[in-house]
Design a protein around this ligand. Structure first.
Ligand code: 5GP
Length: 197
């Protein structure tokens, strides 16, 4: 298997506000042996967010030092802030743990280059109108930030064709069930079971 990994690497992308974080967290709480990769970001925490749970909130200087030391497997600028996946997070794969990366489409492309057998899932909001309503209801983002996220959403949607799976989040329980099913089915693939030994 690529990179000597034993666990399965899942990438989940979605336009901001599509419900990705809620769905991913529900799935992880339901499935044993699946954990979440916590990213580093230079974005300020939202009121409900916790250090080390949602992100590691770091300064631009810290981010740049980590980047220069090669400590990110991928990183990208999103909505003006920097986000990166610490290389160390991927260690879990070597120990047979399955890992979910909640990252944007730029990051997903980089991961696909490095982990050819990673599984890419795109979560789609039912419509841009619904997305706007969810972004406004979430709080913590300014009107400008919401407008930028909506603009970015269109660009993200243009990327979904090269993902392996698409989950439409019309209803959270159903979308959660679909993502969990994808994760379970991928673990049962013949090639993965046989190479795991
Ligand atoms: P938010 O600020 O809403 O938490 O996230 C903004 C965007 O950054 C989302 O699309 C999210 O998936 C993405 N993101 C979060 N962490 C990472 C990361 O480590 N790498 C990349 N490339 N994108 C990330």
């Amino acid at each position: 298997m690529a990179n000597g990994a034993k666990g399965v690497l899942f990438v989940v992308s979605a336009p901001s506000g599509a419900g990705k974080t809620t769905i991913v967290r529900k799935v992880i709480s339901q499935l044993p042996g699946v954990s979440l990769s916590i990213s580093c970001t230079t974005r300020a925490p939202r009121p409900s967010e916790q250090e080390g749970v949602d992100y590691f909130f770091i300064t631009r200087e810290e981010f740049s030092a980590m980047e220069q030391a090669g400590r990110f497997i991928e990183w990208a600028q999103v909505h003006g802030d920097l986000y990166g996946t610490p290389r160390a997070n991927l260690e879990k794969l070597r120990h047979g743990e399955n890992l979910v990366l909640e990252i944007d489409t730029q990051g997903a492309r980089k991961i696909r280059e490095v982990f050819s057998d990673g599984v890419l899932v795109f979560i789609l909001p039912p419509s841009l109108e619904v997305l706007k309503g969810r972004l406004q209801a979430r709080g913590g983002d300014s009107e400008e930030a919401i407008a930028a996220r909506l603009h970015n959403a269109q660009e993200e949607l243009d990327q979904m064709a090269w993902y392996d799976y698409i989950v439409v989040n019309k209803e959270i329980e159903e979308a959660t069930r679909q993502l969990a099913s994808i994760i379970i089915a991928e673990q049962c693939k013949t090639a993965r079971v046989l190479t795991k030994g």
